[in-house]
Design a binder for this molecule. Structure first.
Ligand code: SAM
Length: 223
């Protein structure tokens, strides 16, 4: 993995083209678009796919998993509305790229990944970019990470049959959660909002999408 930190200027023209693609899909929040220029996605990807890092596409990262599509990540960030004081829980660290985007917006990010090797690779990539406000855990994220909750924002990067009750429990009052919910093959991004009294409202907020399955206690069973 090459390291140039956040000053890594490789693929700058491709990064700008990606931003234009994301913008053309109706996502125009500048503070979010800027992140896709600032944070080098190629740095989080295996060498064989680094040259494709700025395509608006999911890309393989090993162990049968993918780095999510950038425009879907932009949409998730827009729905999450992360602020500088927020504590964020991410389920499905994967490559660690989205973790890095969250870390640039939030106070602290806690991220859970079930595949140890992916978590270790994400740790190295984050350390090389000197992104320090991230804690990683290897385990079943469908049960959350209770120790540091409740969280102001929760995001899940894998498809769930329903909203995992443990995550709802770990969402703070006035909190927001964004996750893909649906069948194993097709989902929709759902925005869950909890008000100050703890009442929950669920909105289908995005286009149809396909994520890898959330495997675990409140996800899909492992085959
Ligand atoms: N945001 C990541 C990225 O761009 O690299 C997305 C990674 S991928 C779409 C989803 C990740 O969720 C996979 O790495 C997968 O191993 C992980 N995953 C699936 N079920 C999980 C669970 N129960 N707990 C934690 N991670 C899980």
């Amino acid at each position: 993995m090459e390291s140039g930190g956040l000053k890594d200027q490789r693929f700058m023209a491709a990064r700008r083209r990606l931003i234009e693609t994301i913008r053309s899909r109706g996502l125009d929040d500048l503070s979010i678009l800027r992140l896709f220029e600032e944070v080098p996605r190629h740095h989080f990807l295996p060498p064989g796919v680094q040259s494709r890092a700025y395509e608006d596409a999911p890309l393989p990262i090993g162990w049968g998993q993918t780095a999510s599509q950038p425009s879907l990540q932009a949409q998730t960030l827009q729905l999450l509305d992360v602020g500088p004081e927020d504590r964020v829980l991410e389920i499905g660290t994967g490559s660690g790229f989205f973790t890095a985007l969250l870390a640039r917006l939030a106070d602290r990010v806690h991220s859970v990944e079930r595949i140890r090797e992916l978590s270790q690779r994400a740790r190295r990539a984050l350390d090389e970019l000197e992104i320090r406000n991230v804690a990683l855990l290897v385990g079943d994220g469908s049960i959350g990470w209770r120790k540091y909750g409740p969280y102001d924002r929760i995001t899940v990067a894998a498809a769930s049959p329903d909203i995992p009750p443990a995550l709802l429990d770990q969402l703070a009052p006035s909190g927001r959660m964004v996750l893909p919910v649906g069948s194993r093959d097709l989902q929709e991004l759902v925005l869950v909002e909890k008000d100050e009294e703890g009442e929950v409202v669920r909105n289908e907020a995005g286009d149809p999408c396909t994520f890898v399955p959330l495997l675990g206690r409140y996800g899909w069973p492992e085959e």
